[in-house]
Design a protein around this ligand. Structure first.
Ligand SMILES: *[C@@H]1O[C@H](CO)[C@@H](O)[C@H](O)[C@H]1NC(C)=O
Ligand SMILES: *[C@@H]1O[C@H](CO)[C@@H](O)[C@H](O)[C@H]1NC(C)=O
Ligand SMILES: *[C@@H]1O[C@H](CO)[C@@H](O)[C@H](O)[C@H]1NC(C)=O
Length: 393
């Protein structure tokens, strides 16, 4: 009897230790989407439609705040605006809005919220999927920035990108340099530009992707993670125990770096219904080219077609010297996609890096910036320091 009491006392103490050391997991958030999550955490969002020059219809969410300079957040590959909102009350848009920031969250073409076009049908027109991060930068990011400027009447905004969401800024800043002046500061979380140092499995897959791409194109597959595929991934990856073991431990952590303390099984069950979201095959082919060709350049169509598209047998490189916006960079030591050596190369090539931080946490991986259980402790001070510094200037 005594022993049982002792055991149950231990269990109570243990559960308290566990519950104070890791934030509450709100399991219903798995099935809530951007607007519902925004309401639940106290900041009802307004939704805008952004129409790009080439006809894509993008969703843009706004959590109104009183501070003058708005903050725009851009998600990475296979993401949506939701990936920023999965950590309940420590989600970045919520924490920013709680501090009075006027927060805008974008969605790039092809994802769940931006799978629309004025005349192309994503389900029947392959031309809808004829884009990569190049078009997301040149057309989507520019139109999104212009919409925020138009709605708020400001001249400049603060911006935060994660992963491929950062690439869009280097593309836009180099192809349309006039946009540099519209950005007060750009905070690059886990930046993606050079992919020279990625390791197996990512590097192996990058080598294999062009062949796979040919096959999928022949099979008339141009969209990755369409709704039926996404739903199968969700069902499998949210299975108890085995879902986490295979989808996170074996697959996701191999790509992004292992950090089970920050990205736990309970959290993964919330994340998988939201990720991966749809995107074009061409986007992944272009990403693979960054590794295979070891340059940050436009899409490589092959020798003959390059001549027709670019008037040159090789695709033009993006000129990072033209990306003159102030950039604050942070990268994790254990980030297997944004390898520190590659981020160093980016840092050397950008002319206006105002802050650079390699996270002191050894386990900091590629998704801890958006999904880490304690990112409010190890990441947000960096973000707030930069935003505060640039709200004065
Ligand atoms: C978030 O919510 C939890 C539980 O509801 C609460 O204990 C915590 O203080 C909240 N944190 C913030 C930053 O509001
Ligand atoms: C895709 O876009 C490129 C560049 O804009 C163009 O040259 C090519 O013909 C397009 N391909 C298809 C299948 O629409
Ligand atoms: C194509 O490139 C050549 C030299 O590289 C240049 O002389 C020519 O004017 C270019 N043509 C066009 C249409 O830009």
């Amino acid at each position: 009897m005594k022993f049982i009491n002792l055991l149950s006392a231990c269990a109570v103490i243990f559960s308290q230790v566990v519950s104070t050391s890791s934030p509450e997991i709100e399991s219903e958030d798995a099935q809530l989407y951007f607007e519902e999550l925004a309401v639940k955490y106290g900041h009802p969002a307004q939704k805008y439609e952004v129409i790009t020059e080439d006809g894509y219809i993008l969703a843009l969410y706004h959590l109104p705040g009183s501070k003058e300079v708005p903050v725009l957040l851009m998600h990475g590959v296979f993401g949506t605006s939701d990936i920023w909102m999965l950590r309940g009350n420590i989600s970045l848009p919520i924490v920013l809005a709680n501090s009075g920031y006027d927060v805008w969250v974008g969605n790039s073409r092809g994802n769940r919220y931006s799978r629309r076009h004025v005349y192309l049908d994503p389900d029947h027109d392959p031309a809808f999927w004829n884009f990569s991060f190049h078009e997301m930068g040149v057309y989507d990011l520019s139109a999104t920035i212009d919409t925020v400027i138009q709605k708020t009447g400001v001249k400049q905004l603060n911006t935060i990108g994660h992963s491929l969401g950062t690439t869009l800024f280097y593309v836009l800043g180099s192809i349309r340099p006039e946009y540099n002046a519209r950005i007060n500061v750009f905070i690059a979380l886990a930046p993606i530009c050079y992919l020279n140092h990625i390791q197996p499995l990512s590097s192996t897959i990058a080598k294999f992707v062009p062949v796979l791409g040919e096959i999928l194109n022949k099979l008339n597959v141009h969209e990755l993670f369409d709704e039926p595929t996404r739903s199968i991934v969700e069902q499998f990856c949210t299975l108890p125990v085995v879902g986490y073991k295979l989808c996170v431990e074996e697959v996701l952590f191999t790509f992004i770096g292992r950090d089970p303390e920050e990205i736990s099984p309970e959290f993964a069950r919330i994340a998988y219904p939201h990720f991966p979201s749809s995107c074009s095959l061409k986007n992944v082919l272009h990403l693979a080219q960054l590794h295979n060709r070891k340059v940050f350049a436009q899409y490589d169509y092959g020798f003959l077609r390059n001549r027709r598209v670019y008037n040159s047998s090789v695709p033009p490189e993006y000129d990072l010297k033209k990306v003159t916006m102030p950039v604050a960079i942070t990268v994790g030591r254990n980030d297997k996609l944004s390898e520190v050596e590659d981020v160093e190369t980016l840092r050397r090539k950008l002319p206006n890096v105002v802050s650079y931080e390699v996270s002191p946490r050894e386990e900091f991986n590629h998704l801890d910036d958006i999904w880490g259980a304690h990112m409010d402790v190890y990441l947000y001070p960096f973000i707030f320091k930069i935003l505060e510094q640039y709200s004065e200037s």
